[in-house]
Design a protein around this ligand. Structure first.
Ligand code: ZN
Length: 194
């Protein structure tokens, strides 16, 4: 018995499980962010400042290769949450309008969040001066959105099917399928029964 190793593996799985649970709960209301928090160009992350570092996704993958699909799904959700937080920050400065594209978010987050980790055609970059359209996986569904409704799909991952709503909530693609939740013609998500 290698109890130390077991503890590490169990601890990592608990962290992952909590992440997945948080994703499924998904009422990720965007709080007002501290005005003093200004993202560094290459490591900006919304919310929590130094207490909210970038998760060690590569470390999780190395320790739990059998959990690869799950880790990449949660990683992608985290990216969309960061994009959602950044878009809210941006909209607060632009008359409550959401940006036309993700390159507008240079002062809010690192470009690392624009690339889905499952997207083998695109490479993650951590400096904005290196970021090009070819690095961006996520699709803006509602550019220039100016709509007070909370359930308008702002962006989505074309690989996982995750969606980011205008209230900052992120739904996993698998969950949408399981629940039969559909995107309406006006880009709102039909959440069905509450
Ligand atoms: Zn994805």
């Amino acid at each position: 018995m290698n109890s130390t190793k077991n503890k590490v593996v169990v601890g990592t799985l608990v962290v992952l499980l909590l992440s997945v649970t948080a994703v499924l709960v998904v009422r990720n209301k965007i709080k007002s962010f501290e005005a003093s928090f200004l993202a560094e160009a290459d490591n900006g992350r919304i919310g929590g400042g130094a207490n909210n570092p970038v998760p060690d996704w590569h470390g999780f993958l190395a320790k739990n290769p059998e959990e690869r699909d799950k880790i990449l799904k949660v990683w992608c959700v985290d990216n969309l949450k960061q994009i959602g937080g950044a878009a809210h920050e941006w909209s607060a400065k632009h008359g409550h309008r959401f940006p036309a594209d993700l390159f507008a978010l240079k002062e809010q987050i690192s470009p690392r969040y624009l690339t889905c980790p499952e997207d083998s055609d695109r490479r993650e970059v951590t400096k904005w001066f290196r970021a090009k359209a070819a690095n961006v996986s996520y699709v803006i569904v509602s550019p220039n959105l100016n709509d007070p409704r909370p359930n308008v799909v702002v962006a989505r991952c074309p690989i996982h099917g995750h969606v980011l709503l205008s209230d900052g909530t992120v739904f996993q693609g698998d969950y949408l399928k399981e629940q039969g939740m559909q995107l309406r013609k006006d880009n709102t998500l039909d959440r069905g029964a509450p």
